[in-house]
Write a new protein. Structure first.
Length: 251
């Protein structure tokens, strides 16, 4: 093998290594999965994930529980009989995601202004009678200014979104006032594409229906994400180089 051929092979290997490092570990993982189906992620405890932070919300002052003699009722109780709805950490409930959002906005603003300032002295110390030479020396108009400004702005928004599905969520935290922090994740693999649905937020136990379901519109601080990953999503995304150029190029 000639020296030039060896140099070309070394250069090619160096370029491939540099490209692998530049694209990151994700590209290496994708190359190792060519021809394979996308792997489903393992079921994990959300509270043990890196970056997890317990939810903190404004809480009312705690109420002192009081018992009445010869009575089964206790002040502060939410229900007289125990039910099977989610109430404790680790319990499950079904979130009905029903989003139908439509917005049409249109506005226009027009503004214009025209100013003119003109001030002076037409006969300064008898300039009219002193002749043409005096008029050249003595002041005439002191200030003359004109200004014109105008603006015309238009804007419109036309958006329509719809998402209907169900996902089971886990109670990850019980707040001091009894509200529940829930989080649910669902993955569905069809051929070489994985669809993901993530729901998280805070719910009131009173809003949970008797069949242990709750509508997404009753979730406070709701975080709902629906998307996918796989071969189809990969083709639809711009390449890394194009994304970098979109960020760096000023025009």
């Amino acid at each position: 093998m000639s020296v030039s051929r060896i140099n070309r092979l070394v250069l090619t290997g160096a370029l491939l290594s540099l490209a692998a490092v530049a694209s990151g570990c994700s590209s290496i993982d994708r190359l190792s999965q060519i021809g394979e189906k996308p792997k489903l992620t393992e079921i994990e405890n959300p509270t043990t994930q890196p970056g997890y932070k317990p939810v903190q919300m404004p809480m009312p002052k705690p109420e002192q529980a009081s018992y009445n003699a010869n009575s089964l009722w206790r002040n502060g109780s939410r229900a007289f009989f125990k039910d099977q709805r989610a109430a404790r950490i680790g319990d499950l409930l079904t979130v009905t995601v029903n989003i139908t959002d439509k917005a049409t906005l249109s506005n226009e603003t027009q503004r214009s202004r025209s100013n003119k300032e003109d001030s002076g002295i037409t006969d300064f110390i008898g300039a009219q009678t002193l002749g043409a030479q005096a008029k050249k020396v003595l002041p005439g108009r002191i200030l003359t200014a004109d200004s014109t400004a105008s603006s015309d702005g238009k804007g419109s928004v036309n958006r329509q979104e719809a998402l209907q599905t169900n996902v089971a969520a886990v109670v990850t935290q019980v707040l001091p006032n009894g509200n529940l922090v829930v989080e649910g994740k669902q993955e569905i693999r069809v051929n070489f594409e994985i669809r993901e649905l993530i729901v998280a937020g805070i719910v009131r136990p009173e809003d949970i229906q008797s069949d242990n379901t709750i509508d997404s519109s009753k979730i406070a601080q709701a975080r709902i994400a629906y998307g996918g990953r796989g071969q189809i999503t990969d083709i639809q995304q711009p390449r890394y180089g194009q994304q970098v150029m979109d960020v760096l190029l000023p025009f």
